[in-house]
Design a protein around this ligand. Structure first.
Ligand code: C5P
Length: 232
C-alpha cells in the first residue's frame, strides 16, 4: 500500500515490519519550479543511496536502511519522520551564500549545522532552536542529539568522499523515530541531497548540474557511482 509519494520517491507499506522505497525517474529543483523526467535516475539514486547507507553502517552510523531489493527499490525500517531538514555545511554554497553574503566555498570551521522546516507550502524556512521548540517539532535534548549525529555523519561522509577524490561541500539529512522513540537517520543520501565537488577541478558531482543547467545530470550521477563502486 502506498503511504507517501514525494518528488523523487514512493514509499509503500509491506507485509513485513518494513517500508519499500521506490526511487522515481524524476528530478525537481527550486521547490518544484524546475521538473523533469530522466530515464535511469531512480536506479542511480537507489544504487548510490543504498551504497552510502551500507558504508555508513560499516562505520558505525545506523539508519533506516535494511537492504536494496532491486535496481530501483530498497527496504527500510518504518519510522515517523521528524519534519526537519538538517543541513551540514563544510564550505559555503547555495542558500547560505545568498542569505549571509558569504563567498562560495569559503570554509565553515567548525562545520555549521542548520535546521529547516520540512514544509513545502512555506518554502522550507530556516528554523532556530527556539522555533523548533515553539512548533513542538523536537525537544531541546533531541535537537542536541540531531546536531551531534549530523556532525558524526559529516565525518563519515567526508571521509568517504575523500576516498573517492571528492570534497563534501554540504548535505541535507532527515531523521525519524522508530516505535520505541529511537531517533535514526532516514530518507536518502545521494548527489540529490549533497553538494560534492572534485578535489582538484572543483567540478560538481551533484544536483547543482541540474539546478544551474551546466551538464547532464545522468552522466554526472553515473560518473559519481563509478567512483563509488570502486569503494563499496
Ligand atoms: O539550498 P541549500 O544551499 O540550503 O542546500 C544545502 C544542501 O542541502 C545542499 O546539498 C542541497 O542539495 C541539500 N538540500 C536538499 N533538499 C532540500 C534543500 C537542500 O537535499 N529541500
Amino acid at each position: 500500500m502506498l503511504v507517501y509519494e514525494g518528488k523523487a520517491k514512493r514509499v509503500y507499506r509491506t507485509e513485513e515490519e518494513a517500508y519499500r522505497i521506490e526511487y522515481k525517474d524524476e528530478v525537481t529543483a527550486g521547490n518544484g519550479e524546475k521538473h523533469d523526467y530522466m530515464t535511469g535516475k531512480g536506479r542511480l539514486n537507489n544504487l548510490i543511496s543504498s551504497g552510502i547507507f551500507a558504508y555508513m553502517k560499516k562505520h558505525g552510523i545506523d539508519s533506516h536502511y535494511i537492504e536494496r531489493i532491486s535496481e530501483t527499490e530498497q527496504l527500510v525500517k518504518p519510522l515517523d519522520i521528524i519534519p526537519l531538514e538538517v543541513v551540514v555545511r563544510n564550505y559555503a554554497a547555495g542558500s547560505i551564500v545568498k542569505r549571509l553574503g558569504l563567498k562560495t566555498h569559503q570554509p565553515m570551521t567548525p562545520p555549521l549545522v542548520e535546521f529547516f522546516y520540512k514544509e513545502d507550502a512555506l518554502g522550507d524556512p530556516l528554523l532556530t532552536d527556539d522555533h523548533i521548540a515553539m512548533l513542538n517539532l523536537a525537544s531541546v535534548a533531541e535537537v542536541a542529539h540531531l546536531k551531534a549525529q549530523a556532525l558524526k555523519i559529516n565525518e563519515v561522509l567526508t571521509a568517504m568522499m575523500k576516498e573517492m577524490g571528492l570534497s563534501l561541500i554540504d548535505f541535507k539529512i532527515e531523521f525519524g523515530k522508530d516505535r520505541d522513540g529511537v531517533i535514526m537517520l532516514a530518507d536518502e543520501i545521494s548527489p540529490d541531497t549533497c553538494r560534492i565537488v572534485d578535489m582538484e577541478s572543483k567540478e560538481n558531482f551533484d544536483k547543482d548540474v541540474y539546478r544551474n543547467s551546466t551538464g547532464s545530470l545522468i552522466d554526472t550521477y553515473r560518473a559519481f557511482y563509478k567512483k563509488m563502486e570502486a569503494l563499496i
